[in-house]
Design a protein around this ligand. Structure first.
Ligand SMILES: *[C@@H]1O[C@H](CO)[C@@H](O)[C@H](O)[C@H]1NC(C)=O
Ligand SMILES: *[C@@H]1O[C@H](CO)[C@@H](O)[C@H](O)[C@H]1NC(C)=O
Ligand SMILES: *[C@@H]1O[C@H](CO)[C@@H](O)[C@H](O)[C@H]1NC(C)=O
Ligand SMILES: *[C@@H]1O[C@H](CO)[C@@H](O)[C@H](O)[C@H]1NC(C)=O
Ligand SMILES: *[C@@H]1O[C@H](CO)[C@@H](O)[C@H](O)[C@H]1NC(C)=O
Ligand SMILES: *[C@@H]1O[C@H](CO)[C@@H](O)[C@H](O)[C@H]1NC(C)=O
Ligand SMILES: *[C@@H]1O[C@H](CO)[C@@H](O)[C@H](O)[C@H]1NC(C)=O
Ligand SMILES: *[C@@H]1O[C@H](CO)[C@@H](O)[C@H](O)[C@H]1NC(C)=O
Ligand SMILES: *[C@@H]1O[C@H](CO)[C@@H](O)[C@H](O)[C@H]1NC(C)=O
Ligand SMILES: *[C@@H]1O[C@H](CO)[C@@H](O)[C@H](O)[C@H]1NC(C)=O
Ligand SMILES: *[C@@H]1O[C@H](CO)[C@@H](O)[C@H](O)[C@H]1NC(C)=O
Ligand SMILES: *[C@@H]1O[C@H](CO)[C@@H](O)[C@H](O)[C@H]1NC(C)=O
Length: 766
């Protein structure tokens, strides 16, 4: 049996009237958003490379020995020590696989590290740090005997400015997110841990992401046209797949009215056929809403319990509604991935424990604090610095204000969630302390936190200085005329389960303005889960420096002190656009709010989110995507654009078979562009040189290259940006493939999406 889907496809033009129309009966919802059926589910065979085919050969051999009950056992979850535990097969010595959160550190365990959140990692624009992050995190997962790490995240991508989970992912730009997804996946899997890019796909908001959540009725349906789906939302997942990701998590909400874990177009079609996925699809927790339909649509394992499977799946195979091929494929994909990552040999024992029982301490932090501190500083973005206010010059007297400067939340309130979580929130409320991660299942659980105040306090003490503070007041007493600077720490919280209601808050804005009224050198640090508007005070003449500290992880205080004192020159760049007014985000400010029984969310903006929309509408942002200052200046020169040999009719060769990640020729380097960057100031620093490309019939400019380069004062280096076929292609909805177009392509190299220092063009001919 198959889910009843209508194959009727209608064009985007007739989609205008969906949300808010009061539909109470699904058959009345306009036809837009019917997902085309794609059956049967592709059978994995390890065709991507010889390593996968060897893993498949061994997996087939093992699955061949399994009974139907055993196959139905490893495709479901059980209660156990981990967040997710697959069924074991004791008879064949197959252990249960342990699945665990979170993308920025193992959640709910002791002796683990709290890494910066992935939005913070994205702000480094450093491919090297992205890899190191994945590798260190992977070592911790492995050390705890966890088989499957639930990350990295490219969904949500960050379509909605106030989306609750945007901070878990690697920015709303698909290219930046893709580079990060690929590097983190590779780093993690190099340690033998299975990575799980999530959530596949279009899980762009929290409101009504699940059925009967917030409002009674089905979950929201994200309806997006085919081209946008490929160029924006699937794009970063391709990089993870290309690097060999062993698992993919399907999402809670519906896509074209079909649930993420039973959408055959998304799972059988795009993921397993077009992108050649060899691993297994795991459901988000409780995201399964049917038995036969999910199996046939391509779901391979259900979490956290038996869901609609277990005995039902055995029955469904026996009565023919799920084929034997399908259940064999489900089991084979799981076992093949286990072999592929080498987990059948010498994998550590599960070292995950409940806090309520006396247990062994399995310490996995290693020396990761150093990397965390480095990334914490590297992802900090300096956006204002009047007259070289920063770095501080050996300060003797500082004042520190704001709830976000200190650790305040009682760790004994909920130890497993200290550092963020559903219950203990690091919001702007004065009862809350410094924020190092966001809330929900994506939170890390720090074993300790170095607060900003602690780190600054220590530096002042060493320098025999004086420090004064007030972490409570909205209007602090500030007659310290001798203070050299007033540091104000504020934050902007967000969590899984709900979207943000504002990109700012009155308490924090008043605090900054009140301090600035009496302090001519006011330095503001904003720890934020994403966009935080600053126009309530950004032009105040006494606000002399502003930093977006984002979500830096456990070494927060050391990371920010390194920047404030100039031990590290900032190099972070904004991974999103900070608008002057919240209304500048237009329809993409808020999540879609519908109280219908079958809520529809049409992504009518297409690929025009964040800077793509600001550029199209000519809206001047406060701080544009890619922007960030440092303690020196750089000059750009010498743009060189190669003559590409690429021809419109040369690609991609249909006789070459698909491997995981898509058509292999998509990754061929087809064009290269050089630029020279020089450090014209007196401080050594990293610069992130960025390449934007104007592709015909596309947004004005899209990020298609970046390099973070170290330049001593006076030093000059040549940067090379290699462009792949995919980087220059659009998704051709008629041909159903990535294709370059005939015409002129524009290229810009600069220091942000609007600070474009060099430009040139190249052509692709027929
Ligand atoms: C929904 O509408 C269809 C067509 O109008 C009708 O046949 C069906 O009975 C309705 N279902 C419910 C539950 O009202
Ligand atoms: C959703 O529907 C649109 C419009 O019919 C279609 O272009 C797109 O391919 C569909 N996507 C999925 C995943 O079903
Ligand atoms: C799968 O791979 C095996 C071993 O390489 C091969 O014998 C078999 O024909 C392949 N099956 C399919 C359906 O491609
Ligand atoms: C199924 O998995 C559970 C949990 O790991 C295990 O206790 C049980 O023995 C397994 N059943 C079979 C038939 O192997
Ligand atoms: C089987 O399906 C029924 C509903 O069809 C459900 O109540 C049950 O929980 C399912 N799961 C298992 C593991 O049997
Ligand atoms: C086959 O079994 C499944 C699981 O119990 C059930 O949902 C389905 O309705 C059955 N189909 C037929 C045709 O009996
Ligand atoms: C910056 O410094 C210059 C030169 O000392 C001075 O004229 C100017 O007023 C200063 N600007 C601000 C905003 O303090
Ligand atoms: C943190 O602040 C939020 C408001 O943003 C408040 O609801 C919550 O109770 C505070 N948490 C604690 C532990 O004080
Ligand atoms: C701030 O300065 C204003 C005048 O500039 C003064 O009236 C007020 O008392 C000061 N506030 C504090 C808390 O020092
Ligand atoms: C700037 O701070 C000084 C105190 O140092 C104060 O006298 C002045 O009024 C402040 N400026 C503004 C615009 O608030
Ligand atoms: C870019 O620089 C590299 C290394 O210096 C050089 O090999 C290459 O030819 C240059 N490309 C162009 C287009 O000038
Ligand atoms: C290219 O650069 C030149 C020189 O800086 C500038 O005048 C021109 O406007 C730029 N063109 C584009 C399309 O950015």
């Amino acid at each position: 049996m198959r889910i009843s889907v209508q194959s009727a496809l209608i064009t985007l033009a007739s989609t205008s009237a969906c949300a808010g129309q009061g539909y109470t009966n699904e058959s009345e919802v306009p036809l837009y958003g019917q997902s085309p059926p794609v059956y049967p589910s592709p059978v994995g065979n390890g065709t991507s490379n010889s390593k996968w085919s060897a893993s498949y050969a061994r997996a087939k051999e093992l699955v061949g020995q399994m009974t139907l009950e055993e196959k139905a056992n490893i495709t479901r979850g059980f209660t156990g020590r981990c967040v997710g535990n697959s069924g074991a097969i004791p008879r064949l010595n197959i252990p249960p696989l342990c699945f665990a959160d979170a993308p920025d550190g193992i959640r709910g365990q002791e002796f683990v590290s709290a890494f910066p959140a992935q939005i913070h990692l994205a702000a480094t624009f450093s491919k090297d740090l992205m890899y190191q992050y994945g590798h260190a995190l992977g070592k911790e997962y492995r050390g705890k005997g966890i088989n499957v790490a639930l990350g990295p995240v490219a969904g949500p991508l960050g379509r909605v400015a106030r989306g609750g989970r945007n901070w878990e992912g690697l920015s709303n730009d698909p290219y930046l997110a893709g580079i990060g997804m690929g590097a983190v996946t590779r780093g993690m899997q190099d340690t033998g841990v299975i990575s799980t890019p999530k959530h596949w796909l279009l899980n762009e908001q929290e409101f009504r992401r699940r059925p009967n959540q917030d409002v009674e009725g089905e979950a929201l349906s994200s309806n997006v046209d085919d081209r946008t789906l490929h160029e924006l939302y699937a794009f970063p997942f391709m990089d993870s797949l290309r690097e060999g990701a062993g698992s993919v998590m399907c999402s809670y909400q519906r896509v074209n009215n079909s649930y993420g874990c039973q959408n055959s177009k998304l799972l059988n079609g795009i993921l397993k056929t077009e992108l050649g996925f060899e691993g297994f699809v795991v459901s988000d927790w409780q995201a399964q809403h049917a038995g036969v339909a999910t199996a046939n649509a391509g779901l391979d394992i259900v979490m956290p319990d038996g869901g609609f499977w277990g005995q039902n799946l055995t029955d469904a195979v026996n009565n023919g509604s799920v084929s034997t091929d399908r259940i064999n494929d489900m089991a084979t994909r799981i076992i093949a991935t286990w072999y592929q990552l080498g987990q059948d040999q010498d994998y550590p024992e599960i070292g995950v424990y409940s806090n309520l029982q006396k247990h062994l301490a399995v310490e996995v932090q290693d020396d990761h604090a150093d990397l965390i501190r480095e990334i914490g500083a590297a992802g900090t973005v300096l956006v204002k610095n009047v007259n070289n206010t920063l770095p501080l010059k050996n300060p003797k007297f500082l004042t520190v204000y704001g709830y976000d400067a200190v650790v305040k939340t009682n760790p004994w309130q909920n130890p497993s969630r200290f550092g963020g979580g559903y219950e203990v929130n690091f919001g702007w409320n004065t009862l809350n302390g410094t924020m190092i991660t966001g809330g929900g299942s994506g939170s890390s659980t720090p074993s300790y936190v170095i607060s900003p105040f602690q780190a600054i306090n220590e530096r002042i003490a060493k320098n025999r200085g004086t420090i004064r503070w007030d972490f409570e007041s909205e209007n602090p007493y500030s007659p310290y005329v001798n203070a050299e600077a007033c540091l104000v720490f504020i934050n902007a919280y967000a969590s899984e389960s709900f979207d943000r209601t504002s990109l700012t808050d009155g308490f924090s804005d008043n605090l900054v303005n009140n301090v600035a009224a009496n302090c001519s050198n006011t330095i503001v640090v904003v720890h934020s889960t994403g966009i935080r508007t600053v126009d309530a005070w950004i032009e105040h003449p006494n606000v002399t420096a502003v930093l977006f500290g984002l979500l830096p992880g456990q070494e927060s205080g050391n990371s920010i002190a390194d920047i404030l004192y100039g031990d590290v020159a900032p190099s972070g760049k904004l991974p999103f656009t900070v608008a002057k007014n919240e209304s500048d985000y237009g329809a993409l400010l808020n999540s879609s709010v519908s109280f219908d029984a079958f809520p529809q969310d049409d992504f009518t903006e297409g690929v025009y989110i964040d800077y793509r929309a600001f550029d199209r509408d000519n809206i001047e942002p406060r701080y544009e995507f890619g922007f960030g200052l440092t303690y020196t200046t750089f000059n750009y020169s010498g743009l060189q654009i190669a003559n590409t040999n690429l021809r419109v009719d040369s690609l991609p060769d249909p006789n070459i078979s698909i491997v995981q990640g898509g058509h292999p020729q998509l990754w061929d380097v087809v064009q290269s562009i050089n630029a020279t960057v020089g450090n014209s100031g007196s401080v050594a620093a990293y610069e992130v040189a960025q390449l934007y490309v104007g592709i015909p019939d596309s947004p004005a400019r899209q990020l298609r290259g970046f390099e973070r380069i170290w330049l001593a004062a006076g030093e000059t280096k040549t940067v090379t940006f290699d462009l792949t076929r995919r980087d220059l292609s659009i998704w051709d909805v008629v041909a159903q493939q990535w294709r370059v177009q005939e015409g002129e392509y524009q290229a810009w190299v600069g220091a942000s999406s609007r600070d474009l220092r060099l430009n040139g063009t190249f052509s692709i001919r027929n």
